[in-house]
Design a binder for this molecule. Sequence first.
Ligand code: TA6
Length: 306
Amino acid sequence: MTTASVDRIEMGDLTCWSLSFNNSKLLIAEQGAQILRYENNGEPPIIWLSEHAEMKPGNSQRGGVPVCWPWFGDLLRNPDSVQAMHQQPQQAGAHGLVRSIDWALEGVEQREECASITFSYNSLEQPLAHWPHAAELILSVRLGERLSISLVCRNLGDQPLAFSQALHSYFAVSDINQVSVEGLQDCSYIETLEDWQARTQTGALHFSGETDRIYLNPPAKLQIIDPLWQRTINLLSTGSHSAVVWNPWIDKAQRLSQFDDAAWQQMLCIEHANVLDDAVTLAPATEHELALDIWVEHALTSHPLV
Ligand code: TA6
């Protein structure tokens, strides 16, 4: 016998939804369709949320899973096709335009095998400043034995739609100095902190300073190995051919909004994305899905995921 529930709650000035399934809980905000927290009862959180998250309209919350679309990062670092979709690319902010606006609730479900919720965003109904194109996003979250996230983008227009995107996931870790990421060995990556030079990953990824890398064509399965918390966070994606790995470390942590100076030690972003040469160009009336499954095992050995 399982228990699944979906309840609407107000968090500060934000309308949020609380999902539970057996001993798993998830919190998601209507603003940005942003997952804010994901945890199994009695255990450290899986998805990290800053203790300084402001819970008010107009800004993405620091943490959770912000949806970056219709571009990731600095628009001027995007392919020309993505930049050309914007009327004033020089003025554009980071990470697109949909993470700080309200999305529409499409539905909730409580079933034997999961609790689920779906949000949509339609640019014909909520036009985006300086980005005059017809597109729809569907963000679906399924909380069952795993957390399944799906971001579908549909081109509603009669011209090709070019975008980059990311599920900008913040994961909670015991101590960034002691965790590692498995699965990136031998992957090419862009070292954004050293003039965007192309590099190759050797072995597992460990952390000893600010890290902000774009891994190209990573495998579908990545793992965060956390010895102190005796757990592995498994990440299995489809429709994503780039992964951004980010930790701000000491100095950048002090410049970040909604972020405690010491918080860099307990978080790690692994962002499943389509960026740079992996940016998407959708023909009219077609769609693209970026999907991610997240689950925890209380084991440390990296092994093939099923
Ligand atoms: O994904 C990594 C990154 O681009 C970092 O460079 C840092 O800027 C981070 O995103 C957070 O960006 P935000 O706009 O949410 O503060």
